[in-house]
Design a binder for this molecule. Structure first.
Ligand code: ZN
Ligand code: ZN
Length: 317
């Protein structure tokens, strides 16, 4: 434990310095071929400031909230802030950028008022993502409590279609990524088949893809920890959503047990998933096109950089 702590401290303090000591040219050429590894970051001071935080954390991709995730009141992106973000991303070769949609949004709610608010809020999410030039907008499909699962699925698809109607996404790389969930009662998307079904419903009318979360997969009861379990689970991924559709892996270790349906994220390698599974995933060629983004706890300053460092180390061998 003591040894690991010392090692972690070293990583936190050394990584940004190592990155700074490399000349910008070197960094650009090396990071452009590099696997995309990053972390969810704060945006105090404006969304664009997350790019600087990514550089500090030695991340070459990242995720943010573009508005407060627990408030309905939407925020607007200032054009000068969007420009700053674009400039900084180009300078540091950082991308893709993922935006996580607000937790309040429930596009398959049985309550019409909640659904109507959710559609307006989700439209705002798409508008901000397009304004910022973000590649991905990650969405939890919602809760179908009071309905049947199929009704929930149909409502989610209809709501997304209505939310993006008329928005100019066609000429951008933008995609809505449907994220698999941990399996709380009535939550849509804890089964890979449900994620696949929703994506197929949406494909004709919206730019869609998939975000898979290691913690959610694990607590929903898909084994990615044992070698055989990993093989089997990935065959299921192939046969449901398909490897190509997966654009982002949320890399989170789990505080809760396998199959517990409890969504509590843990630092990479320190939970019930453990480092070997992340190593296998990061080195899996079928996901070479993916961005790997941690949504790990921030218990101490530098935890973002530490988890990125651990993922980078596991990806390397
Ligand atoms: Zn996630
Ligand atoms: Zn989660």
């Amino acid at each position: 434990m003591g040894e690991r702590q010392a090692d972690d401290t070293l990583r936190v303090h050394l990584l940004p310095k190592i990155m700074r000591s490399i000349t910008l040219g070197e960094m650009k050429s090396s990071s452009s071929n590099k696997k995309r590894i990053g972390v969810h970051l704060g945006t105090a001071g404006g969304c664009w400031t997350a790019v600087n935080r990514a550089v500090e954390a030695a991340a070459n991709t990242f995720q943010i909230f573009s508005s407060s995730p627990r408030m309905w009141r939407p925020s607007r992106i200032k054009p000068e802030d969007a420009n700053k973000m674009r400039e900084l991303r180009t300078r540091h070769d950082i991308g893709p950028v993922s935006i996580h949609a607000s937790y309040l949004i429930n596009l398959c709610s049985q309550t019409e008022a909640v659904r109507a608010n959710s559609i307006v809020a989700f439209r705002g999410e798409v508008e901000r993502a397009l304004a910022l030039g973000a590649e991905y907008l990650v969405l939890h499909p919602g809760s179908w409590k009071g309905l049947t699962r199929d009704e929930g699925l149909r409502l989610a698809a209809q709501s997304i279609e209505r939310a993006i109607d008329g928005l100019p996404w066609q000429d951008s790389p933008f995609r809505i990524l449907i994220e698999n969930t941990a399996g709380a009662e009535f939550s849509l998307g804890s089964k890979l088949e449900q994620v696949a079904e929703l994506v197929e419903c949406l494909r004709p009318c919206a730019p869609v893809g998939v975000c898979l979360d290691t913690c959610h997969v694990h607590v929903a009861g898909y084994d990615i920890v044992s070698e055989d379990g990993y093989t089997e689970t990935m065959l299921l991924v192939r046969d449901t959503v398909g490897f190509e559709s997966v654009k982002v892996w949320h890399c989170n270790d789990a505080k809760a047990a396998f199959g517990s349906r409890l969504d509590r994220h843990e630092h990479i390698g320190e939970g019930t998933i453990g480092p070997a599974a992340f190593k296998r995933l990061l080195q899996d060629d079928r996901f070479a096109h993916c961005a790997f983004i941690a949504e790990t706890p921030v218990d101490a300053p530098g935890d973002e950089a530490r988890n990125v460092g651990v993922l980078r180390t596991l990806a390397a061998g």
